[in-house]
Design a protein around this ligand. Structure first.
Ligand SMILES: C[S@@+](CC[C@H](N)C(=O)[O-])C[C@H]1O[C@@H](n2cnc3c(N)ncnc32)[C@H](O)[C@@H]1O
Length: 250
């Protein structure tokens, strides 16, 4: 059995609840905070060949395709890919979906993609260094990897059943459970993620010839906060960080 089998199982088990969360406007931080900043950084994708790594049920994959990219989406959860494919049946955007582990995107050609995206998912990938090495393999030279992760300096994690703020144990890598139990969810669920330092991510990028070119900490507006008072806790601190890195080997 693979050592991160429990992570995959958690995502398969959460798939229906996740789809409900994402597709019914309940993922406020995605819609109000992270996507505007991430898509601003990504810019025009018209005509680009894009890989959306750990694409889940494909919400952002479809945005990329609607903006004119030729998109491939991969995720290791069979259930989430089924949901993504079912949506593609309803709205044909030309997206190819594959069940693949981010650490081994077998079948995807070297130096093929103009852009690789990975939205709020690298923190869930157990072997993130291998995943970053795959990103570098499939990206064309001089092309970009844009990814977002929960801001490692401000995560609140559940360790041994207790809520802990990582700022007290920032340097310790840790596997933790995320309990998705906000009131607005019709079905609560839990998934597994990893706390790592910014240095960990930057080092993996550096070792795979991915040179960081931009970093953005999306900031909530007062207006969005008034609309969604439950987001007040992140008005004065970043919830996520979005990073752009360019492949420097030719
Ligand atoms: C928080 S969700 C984000 C999904 C999607 N990127 C989005 O923005 O909706 C994290 C995703 O990472 C996927 N994932 C975690 N580990 C993975 C791995 N090793 N390989 C591929 N996908 C993985 C999960 O199945 C899940 O779909």
């Amino acid at each position: 059995m693979r050592k991160d089998e429990h992570i995959k199982r958690a995502w398969d088990a959460a798939s229906r609840a996740w789809v409900d969360f994402v597709r019914t406007g309940k993922d406020y931080t995605r819609d109000r905070l992270n996507n505007p900043a991430a898509f601003d950084m990504i810019g025009s994708v018209e005509g680009l060949i894009v890989l959306d790594l750990a694409c889940g049920e494909g919400y952002n994959t479809r945005i990329l395709a609607r903006r004119g990219a030729r998109v491939t989406g991969v995720d290791f959860s069979e259930r989430l890919i089924e949901y993504a494919r079912a949506e593609e049946e309803k709205e044909r955007l030309g997206i190819q979906y594959y069940v693949r582990d981010a650490i081994d995107v077998t079948g995807l050609t070297d130096s093929y993609f103009d852009l690789v995206t990975c939205f709020m998912a690298l923190q869930d990938v157990a072997e993130y260094r291998k995943a970053i090495s795959e990103v570098s393999r499939v990206l064309k030279p001089r092309c970009r990897f844009v990814f977002s992760i929960p801001h490692p300096c401000f995560e609140t994690i559940v360790l041994n059943g207790k809520k802990a703020n990582v700022s007290t144990r920032y340097f310790e890598q840790a596997e933790y459970t995320i309990q998705w139990s906000m009131e607005r969810l019709s079905i609560p669920f839990s998934t597994i993620a990893f706390h790592r330092t910014l240095t960990d991510y930057f080092d993996a990028l550096y070792r795979n010839s991915l040179k960081v070119s931009r970093l953005v900490e999306p900031r909530l507006t007062e207006k969005a906060c008034q609309q969604y008072p439950c987001l007040e806790g992140i008005l004065h601190r970043p919830q996520a960080v979005i990073i752009e890195a360019k492949k420097t080997i030719f």
